[in-house]
Write a protein that binds this ligand. Structure first.
Ligand SMILES: CCCCCCCC(=O)SCCNC(=O)CCNC(=O)[C@H](O)C(C)(C)COP(=O)(O)OP(=O)(O)OC[C@H]1O[C@@H](n2cnc3c(N)ncnc32)[C@H](O)[C@@H]1OP(=O)(O)O
Length: 221
């Protein structure tokens, strides 16, 4: 199913994923440290120079993957997305959310940091919507009806705290032809019954011709 961009075929998938995970972990630690530091300007300039050198080293080490190519560490279609901004172990943006099946749908666990801040000390509302959208997508996959979001409404009941373990739950509530109706909540993990954010969405499964047109890199075999 997958049409990976091959960068190091001699290495096992597990070792390539482990390397992506290790780099992602350090990038997240750097991002968190850089966004929260109180270091003086000269220290920040020094760090910026060092990072510029690191970026040049990485750019020279290997060509970049073209936009739209499926990474060789991913499963697409599927639920392994190593560079996803929500679940990707390799992404400096991702909390990353750990997703499992349960509670009649899927459950995601994560803790947000300063990179996800909206109001001081609380999550950006757009990021909460992103958490819901992602988990709803996984609920569709778990129900055997993978699709794309065509509409998502959110209600923000209480601010979502940073630095607090969160639980995101999503489940398919109805299907109607190619439309899949999904609902979800974001709560504190210690109080899962109190929704901080809730949402409803409609996903639409792709017909094969549309899937081929949107994702020409992905073989259907
Ligand atoms: C592990 C991965 C998790 C990922 C989770 C994250 C998910 C995402 O972020 S997806 C990215 C954001 N979404 C998008 O970019 C989607 C953009 N939209 C599209 O490309 C198209 O609308 C697409 C391909 C989904 C559907 O197009 P198409 O196949 O032509 O659908 P179309 O024939 O018009 O409609 C099919 C049915 O869906 C319905 N529908 C279409 N759009 C909507 C909508 N916005 N709201 C409600 N129903 C809709 C139609 O009414 C129709 O219903 P019916 O069969 O009853 O008449």
């Amino acid at each position: 199913m997958n049409a990976p961009s091959s960068t190091a075929p001699e290495l096992s998938l597990a070792s390539r994923r482990a390397a992506v995970t290790a780099l992602g972990r350090e990038l997240r630690a750097l991002t968190e440290a850089a966004l929260a530091t109180t270091a003086p300007p000269e220290a920040l300039h020094d760090l910026a120079d060092t990072l510029r050198d690191l970026t040049a080293r990485l750019t020279e080490a290997a060509p970049r993957r073209p936009l739209g190519d499926v990474p060789d560490v991913d499963e697409f279609p599927g639920a392994v997305r190593m560079f996803s901004p929500v679940i990707g172990e390799g992404s400096p943006l991702a909390p990353p959310v750990r997703v499992t099946q349960g509670d009649g749908g899927v459950v995601g666990l994560c803790t947000l940091g300063v990179a996800h801040e909206g109001p001081p000390g609380y999550a950006h509302g757009g990021f909460s919507a992103m958490l819901l959208d992602e988990l709803m997508g996984h609920a569709c996959i778990a129900a055997g009806r993978p699709g794309m979001t065509t509409g998502l409404t959110t209600r923000y009941h209480r601010p979502v705290p940073l630095g607090t373990p969160l639980r995101i739950h999503a489940r398919v509530t109805d299907t109607d032809g190619r439309k899949v109706h999904v609902s979800g909540t974001v709560s504190a993990a210690h109080d899962p019954d109190t929704a901080l954010v809730s949402g409803e969405a409609v996903f639409v499964t792709l017909d094969p011709a549309r899937a081929r047109a949107l994702f020409p890199q992905v073989r259907g075999d």
